[in-house]
Design a protein around this ligand. Structure first.
Ligand code: KE4
Length: 435
């Protein structure tokens, strides 16, 4: 039987109601289906590799809450850790040993982090890292790369990726010229531009921040020269190199992207997986930098719910499972199978596409050429992506709702799930080719 759009009546009604209460009916634009049209699906529950919407439809989940759910949804060990923490109370406003337990797991996983501060979101992590870099260097300039997204920090919401790029507001209203004037935006993978920026402004640059593997313009992989240039120029000019590993941390490897590339940043931001799906993120780095953060030093950063007992319980349990039962080889094998299947399905359909992947994060770009930076990502065929997205929804497969995102899968996804996904993509892409 020809797949057809599932019954979405309850989601439609729920969305109508939500739009009367919440801007755009969502609490984060990335969920708004802005790039693919239609309305978002309202989720009732999730388990393992599956999402279930409020109309009772089941989907194979390839968003994983935009990255955190590497162990799949509602992992019983994580749920039990949260339940046990909740029975003791939900927040104390005082330190707990679980914060040190999670901090220790992070320091052991990521050797470049000698001190770490827990916060509530990736945005808070990058915002704080930028402030610390400016505080320790006494400089204002920040270098970022177009298409990279580091959360909705004013100084970084310039030429941003993710939903900002998807919805066409990479330079959001409300970000003042005074704030963005300290931000230098370069093209990702342009090592020469990095060297030139430092030649011209080196003494003003407090930090360079980048996604060491980009997920927020779709999956874009750095060249060795690019990373080596960044490390060399920041060291030479006394600027702080910040790897924003909110997405790649514990995703592409237990030690993050930096462990794959053998490049040590001065600071790292983490999020998503580190909180086990609860609101927790972190920033950290060399002790000589981090010990300048209050109350050890003078650079202020704080948070009522930072290091929250439930979030640290979920995060610590998640990292312990990833440390003791590393899923990365299995994720690599399934990732390779999925990438090869999707790429050959597009080729068989005669649809130009580029598959770009690291481990269990990847993107099928509807592009004639390789995607190496935002200008090349921006040339992708957005309409084709939208048809591909909805065609897969008809087949019970839930992909990220934007060409400028990475898909993720979990260690609950099976070889059969991957086969089913590839078969669905073959049907969808073949139908697209005939339309
Ligand atoms: P949050 O503030 O959303 O927790 O983290 C911001 C952030 C920082 N750095 C990187 C590399 C990120 O990918 C993110 C958030 N990622 C997006 C999805 N690509 C979050 C989805 C959303 O905004 O709803």
């Amino acid at each position: 039987m020809e797949p057809r759009l599932p019954n979405l009546a309850k989601s439609c009604a729920a969305f109508e109601r939500a739009t009367q209460l919440i801007p755009g009916g969502v609490n984060s634009p990335a969920r708004a289906f802005g790039a693919v049209g239609g309305h978002p699906l309202f989720i009732e529950r999730a388990r393992g590799q599956y999402l279930f919407d409020i109309d009772g439809n089941r989907y194979l989940d390839y968003i994983g809450s935009w990255g955190p759910m590497i162990l799949g949804h509602a992992d019983p060990r994580v749920i039990e850790a949260i339940q046990r923490a909740a029975e003791k109370g939900t927040s104390y406003g005082a330190p707990t040993e679980n914060e040190s337990r999670l901090a220790e797991l992070i320091l052991r996983a990521v050797p470049s982090i000698e001190r770490v501060r827990l916060v509530n979101s990736g945005t808070e992590a990058t915002m704080s890292a930028i402030r610390v870099a400016r505080g320790v260097t006494g400089r204002s300039g920040i270098v970022k790369f177009s298409g990279c997204y580091h959360g909705h920090v004013d100084s970084l919401l310039v030429a941003a990726g993710s939903a900002a790029a998807t919805l066409g507001v990479p330079d959001s209203p409300g970000v003042t010229p005074g704030v963005s004037s300290d931000t230098i935006v370069l093209n990702y993978n342009d090592a020469d531009a990095v060297a030139q920026a430092f030649d011209s402004h080196g003494e003003k640059i407090a930090a360079v921040i980048l996604e060491p593997i980009v997920g927020n313009m779709g999956t874009v992989i750095p060249t060795k020269t690019f990373l080596e240039t960044l490390r060399r120029e920041t060291s030479k000019h006394g600027s702080v190199l910040i790897f924003d590993e909110v997405m790649t941390g514990f995703r592409v490897a237990y030690g993050g992207a930096q462990s794959l590339f053998g490049i040590e940043p001065d600071m790292t931001t983490l999020g998503k997986i580190v909180g086990g799906g609860l609101p927790l993120a972190a920033y950290g780095g060399k002790a000589e930098i981090m010990d300048q953060v209050m109350p050890a030093g003078k650079i202020y950063q704080a948070g009522t719910l930072a290091g929250n007992p439930l979030a640290t319980a979920a995060g610590a349990k998640t990292l312990e499972i990833l440390r003791d039962e590393p899923p990365y080889q299995q994720l690599e094998n399934l990732g390779a199978q999925l990438a090869a299947g999707l790429e050959s399905a597009a080729k068989r359909a005669g649809i130009p596409a580029q598959m770009q992947r690291v481990g269990s994060m990847m993107t099928l770009f509807f592009s004639e050429a390789e995607v190496t930076d935002w200008p090349s990502a921006d040339r992708c065929n957005r309409k084709r992506f939208s048809d591909y997205f909805w065609g897969l929804i008809e087949n019970g497969v839930y992909m990220p709702c934007s060409q400028f995102e990475a898909l993720f899968f979990s260690n609950c996804h099976t070889h059969e799930d991957i086969e089913l996904t590839i078969a669905a993509a073959e049907r969808v892409l073949a139908k697209m080719a005939n339309n």
